[in-house]
Design a protein around this ligand. Structure first.
Ligand code: UT7
Length: 349
């Protein structure tokens, strides 16, 4: 069966740099705390009115498409991964299709947070392998800065995240033993609420309280967004950081080993591991556990923060631009995050 390969890759980072010290005006934190616990020195925030999750995705996609040597009209399927779409609905896929004046092709939105790009890549891989499509655009993009709690209450989450986008074009591989060798997807919804943004949502948690028992549907609907939700900070992401950390350092090595073993390789064969950039300490832990050398793991969270679905394609793109990824190299991509969901992909560049 034909394999799929990354034929073009691009990234877009907004120009506005926000240092750890810049955050001091909003919350009680410190450069020292942030660097020590996360490795992050700075992140970028999108321009308030000029840049959205979609527009950043478009900019990354333009580069990926150009590098693949095709035009936007050649794309025959879009998969867009994000947790902060421009609209509650419709998703960013159709907005990108419109912005890039693409044909009336399918556009799929993926909501798997930190592992969103790898889930999207895996779906695209299946469509290429079955011969359904020839040029699939996969995008991961996030404008986190518009939905964070910039108070001391939300500091454990807000200092971590940054904005940006990454994109790849997937095509059938022309050479033997080139392209995506396998993808591995997992989930465990048991801890869904420990890294989540609850509102707006159709969950019934609020309305179980006795005082709402007499409310009819119209009254409840009026409260889809309530002032209380906003005042309580329930419209912002919530994370039990230590619990997520503990699970991440188990699942990352597991899913990386799964990908290597499925293809008869071991860690010594890896040219580069590109882990989702959640926390430099997590990447370092994974590196140590797998006994990888420094040159076998690529990290850039120091400069971009955690860009969720965009982090893997941004890191892969940057590594490729630096000449760290060359034809024939064995590359592993891996991610873990909200859901929990986690995933890996092993590819021969
Ligand atoms: O990509 C999605 C998946 N996410 C992850 O993988 C994230 C995993 N978790 C983490 O990366 C870490 O848990 C965090 C970086 C989020 C937090 O680091 P931590 O070492 O686990 O800190 P903690 O949450 O246990 O908090 C330790 C202390 C607390 O103070 P007390 O109770 O000890 O007095 C926090 O209130 O640090 C305090 N704290 C802060 N202090 C200064 C929390 N956030 C901050 C902050 N600045 N930004």
């Amino acid at each position: 069966m034909v394999k799929s390969k990354i034929a073009g890759i691009g990234m877009y980072i907004p120009s506005n740099v926000v240092t750890n010290n810049d955050l001091l005006k909003y919350m009680d934190t410190s450069d020292e705390w942030i660097q020590e616990r996360t490795g992050i020195k700075e992140r970028h925030y999108a321009h308030r009115t000029e840049e959205t999750t979609t527009t950043m995705g478009v900019e990354a996609a333009k580069i990926a498409i150009e590098r693949a040597g095709i035009t936007p009209q050649d794309i025959d399927f879009i998969i867009f991964a994000t947790l902060c779409p421009d609209y509650y609905f419709p998703g960013c896929g159709v907005l990108l299709q419109r912005a890039m004046k693409m044909k009336e092709i399918g556009a799929l939105d993926v909501r798997n947070q930190c592992s969103g790009f790898l889930y999207a890549l895996s779906v695209a891989d299946q469509f290429i392998k079955t011969g359904t499509y020839k040029n699939i655009l996969v995008v991961g993009s996030e404008k986190h800065s518009f939905g964070l709690d910039f108070t001391t209450r939300g500091r454990n989450v807000s200092v971590i995240f940054g904005d940006g986008a990454g994109s790849v074009v997937l095509q059938p591989a022309s050479k033997e033993n080139q392209g995506i060798l396998s993808t591995h997807l997992h989930s465990d919804g048991e801890s869904a609420e420990i890294l989540a943004m609850y509102n707006p949502g159709t969950h019934a948690n609020h309305w179980k309280e006795e005082k709402y028992a007499s409310f009819d549907e119209a009254e409840i609907a009026q409260m889809f967004f309530s002032h209380k939700m906003i005042d309580d900070g329930q419209v912002f992401p919530f994370m039990d950081g230590p619990a997520v950390f503990k699970k991440a350092i188990v699942k990352f090595p597991e899913v990386i080993n799964e990908a290597l073993q499925a293809n008869g390789y071991n860690t010594g064969d890896l040219k580069l591991l590109i882990p989702h950039q959640a926390n430099l300490r997590i990447s370092q832990f994974v590196q140590q556990k797998l006994q990888l050398r420094d040159d076998q793991v690529y990290n850039n969270i120091q400069y971009y923060g955690n860009t969720t679905a965009a982090s893997v394609p941004i890191a892969l793109c940057e590594a490729w631009e630096k000449g760290l990824v060359k034809e024939g190299d064995l590359i592993c991509l891996a991610a873990f995050g909200s859901g929990f969901t986690w995933a890996s992909a092993l590819l021969r560049w």
